[in-house]
Write a new protein. Structure first.
Length: 149
């Protein structure tokens, strides 16, 4: 998924330049949903390969999400916004990992973990509708800078 995310970074930046951050973030959320659905219902190597591709696309769109956060924040609050977003992101990973470990260590099946992951990804898609419009434009991508520069 790392190489796939690297492959998607430039196109994702160009799409965010052209269409703005919200449609691109929505696309990333849909890719996360596809990842979960393929994990739950996909069978075989081909389905898991597509799942990895969808996951890579969703991870590459995180860069647009973080840029979007900075477009919401006044410059003097960048440090606080960065801290809040990154600690929420990593805290969610830690809590989810610990709960999953406790679940599996006590004899729980893996399938419910996939369903809980699907539910949290779906909640993210629902909460997307509540995102505010950015107060300022996103900074231009490197590709735009090179093209216009």
């Amino acid at each position: 998924a790392t190489w796939g995310a690297f492959f998607f970074l430039l196109p994702v930046g160009l799409l965010a330049d052209k269409f703005g951050p919200l449609p691109v973030i929505l696309c990333g959320l849909v890719c996360r949903e596809a990842t979960r659905l393929l994990l739950l219902f996909g069978e075989g190597v081909r389905a898991m390969s597509v799942m990895q591709l969808m996951y890579a696309a969703s991870v590459s769109i995180d860069t647009v999400y973080f840029s979007y956060v900075y477009a919401l924040a006044p410059p003097h609050l960048f440090l606080q916004f960065t801290s809040a977003v990154h600690s929420a992101y990593h805290s969610g990973n830690v809590v989810g990992s610990l709960l999953g470990e406790v679940w599996v260590s006590t004899g729980g099946e893996l399938r419910p973990l996939f369903y809980s992951s699907f539910c949290t990804a779906s909640l993210g898609l629902v909460f997307f509708a509540l995102l505010p419009r950015p107060a300022s434009k996103l900074p231009p991508s490197l590709a735009t800078e090179l093209r216009d520069g």
